[in-house]
Every structure is written in C-alpha cells, then in structure tokens.
Design a protein around this ligand. Structure first.
Ligand SMILES: Nc1nc2c(ncn2[C@@H]2O[C@H](COP(=O)(O)OP(=O)(O)O)[C@@H](O)[C@H]2O)c(=O)[nH]1
Ligand SMILES: [Mg+2]
Length: 327
C-alpha cells in the first residue's frame, strides 16, 4: 500500500438489530471459506468489552479490529476511519467485513466509507424472524437497517412458521423493494450469493435517513469470582424485557472451560468457549458481561446486585435456598 489511498478495497457492511445473527453470519462465511480473499474484519460493539471480537478472533481472518465502547454510526465514525486505514496498511486485504453494533443505522457508515474511498461491496441486513415485527414497532433503527439493505438475511427461520415468514416477507418488501430476501437459519447464506456481486452499483448515491436510537443504553459487569450456573440461569429468566441483549464470557464453579453467553430477548445459549478467557483488571481470568437495552441506568444497580448473588462465593439466604431447591 502506498500513502493513505485505500486502493478501492471493497467493504461489506453487516447490519441488523441486537442479537439478529450478524456475528453468526460472519462466522459462517469465515468457517466456510471466502475463496482466495484476504479478509479483514471490523467489529463494533457498544460496550467496552468487545465479545464478538473475542468470538471471531480464533477464526480465519487476516486482520481483526475491534471498535468497542460506542456506536459506529455516531461516536465511533472517526475510529472507523482509523481502523480502515490501519487494516489497509497492515493486512492489504481484498475484502473488509464490517459488523456494526446492533443499535447502528448503517447510513452514516456507508457515507463514511464513500468519503474515505472504500466502495461499499454490499449492505447485508440480518433480520431476526421471531423478534423483528414486535421490535420494529418500538425501535425505528430497524427500519433504517432494512431500508438500506442490498440483501436481507431473514434469519432464525428454524424458530418460526412458514406463515410468519410470509408475513415478514410482505412487510420487508414494503420497506425495501429492491433487496433480495434470503431466508435461513444460523446465517447459512453462501458468501458468494451476497459478496462481490457488484450490487453496490445499483445503490442510490446517498443513503437515506440516519436514525440512531435515543435512549439505548449499555453497561458492563465483571467479577474475578466463579459464577454459579444454576443461579445464573435463574437470573437470566428474570431479566426485564427492556434488556434486548446480553453477552459475555463466564467462568462457572466446577467447570474447566469458560462459557459464552448469548442472550437475545429472553432466549439464551451458554455454550462452552474454548478460547482463552478475557482477563480482568487484576490480570486473572474471570467473568465479563455486557447488557444492552433501554432504561438500564435505573436498573443497573439492582441487576448488579442480582449478579453478585450468582457468584459461587455468595451464600444464599434461607428464602432463596428454598426457592432454588424447593425446600
Ligand atoms: N435458533 C437460532 N438461533 C440463532 C440463529 N442465528 C443466530 N442465533 C443465535 O442468536 C444469538 C445471537 O447471535 P449473534 O450472531 O451473536 O447476533 P448479533 O448480535 O447480531 O451478532 C446467538 O445465541 C446465536 O447462536 C438462528 O438462525 N436460529
Ligand atoms: Mg455480533
């Protein structure tokens, strides 16, 4: 690479609301190969702990840059420019994948890419088939994400019915007449269907509106202590609906490996996580969690207290023991 010119490296933007399946889609592409492409990935996360960056780190990526602690379409737009420049110089990729935070409107990202001389390869919007119709009534950013799409990945088809999928398709077609809709589960969309297709040539010159949601908040919680799996499972089932997303890497009492938490609107997985865990400030592996949703500033304290009760060093009081063990 010479100077600051990006030599027109195409960048594909993977957008979609919190928990819709963006990282899962990118994981699918990375693990099923992107041909001869040298791929760099930029992952944006609202919170300071970039869990997605951790998840993708072990995969076949030439360069991975994590943009943590802000939304890429607002405070993070300057960092995006720096990341693109760093990647272009250090890895000389042939394709850059950008996973925006779930609260981002992609318009500002597309504008910035154009401004910096990176052609937008495609905007791929991932839609959660079980949540999207309900969430779109309260979260305007979902509409922006759909309107900007060149391709819509209608994900989580396994969790819903053909009738519901038809209903969502009709709604999607109304918002975006041009994007192809690809129905799938676990992001199993072949990369060559959506990447390097030349579709960006059909895009309008200016992206439409930029609607970043006001009032979306996040907080992080960590502990060097081991967690108790049963208590933590109960904690998750009691999270308020206004928490859309939680993720993190946890260490549980009696388990040799950490687990990866993925919580989206009441559903969760706690899968074993084989990569080395994140280190806490004291340099020891521990548990680090991120919560994203609305009204979190008022709930943060009580959630923190509930989490503290999930550490294995916490001695449950008699009523809790009775609830947990039915005594
Ligand atoms: N049942 C089901 N779960 C999915 C599907 N796609 C993703 N998930 C799960 O949804 C959660 C959020 O996925 P992730 O890719 O991290 O979402 P992101 O926040 O958009 O990056 C994870 O627990 C995934 O395993 C799917 O098609 N079906
Ligand atoms: Mg993600």
């Amino acid at each position: 690479m010479n100077g600051d010119s990006p030599q027109r490296i195409p960048a594909a933007v993977v957008t979609g609301f919190l928990g819709s399946g963006k990282t899962t889609l990118i994981q699918h592409w990375l693990s099923h190969g992107l041909g001869e492409q040298r791929v760099a990935v930029i992952v944006n996360d609202l919170a300071e702990y970039n869990i997605d960056g951790q998840v993708l780190k072990g995969m076949n990526v030439d360069r991975l840059v994590k943009l943590a602690g802000g939304c890429v379409c607002c405070s993070g737009i300057y960092q995006l420019g720096l990341a693109l420049r760093e990647i272009s110089h250090a890895a000389d990729p042939t394709l850059i994948l950008i996973e925006t935070s779930g609260a981002s409107a992609p318009g500002a990202v597309i504008e910035e890419l154009t401004h910096l001389g990176y052609p937008t390869d495609a905007v791929i919007t991932v839609v959660d088939a079980i949540q999207v119709l309900d969430l779109a009534k309260i979260e305007d950013v979902i509409q922006s994400q759909i309107e900007e799409a060149d391709f819509i990945v209608l994900n989580k088809a396994d969790l819903t019915t053909p009738r519901q999928l038809r209903k969502i398709r009709t709604w999607l077609n109304r918002l975006n007449t041009r994007a192809e809709i690809l129905e799938t589960s676990f992001g199993k969309v072949p990369a060559d269907l959506v990447l390097s297709t030349g579709i960006s040539g059909l895009r309008r010159s200016a992206p439409s509106r930029h609607r970043h949601p006001d009032g979306m908040e996040h907080f992080t919680w960590s502990t060097p202590d081991l967690m108790d799996l049963a208590r933590f499972g109960q904690f998750l089932t009691r999270l308020p609906k206004s928490i859309y997303r939680a993720k993190g890497i946890l260490r549980f009492h009696g388990e040799p490996h950490p687990r990866l938490l993925n919580y989206t609107c009441g559903r969760y997985n706690l899968d074993p996580f084989r990569l080395p865990p994140l280190l806490n400030r004291d340099g020891r592996p521990g548990t680090q969690l991120v919560f994203v949703g609305r009204g979190l500033s008022v709930q943060q304290e009580s959630i923190g207290e509930s989490l503290a009760r999930c550490t294995s060093s916490h001695v449950p009081q008699a009523p809790l023991l009775a609830r947990l063990f039915g005594r």
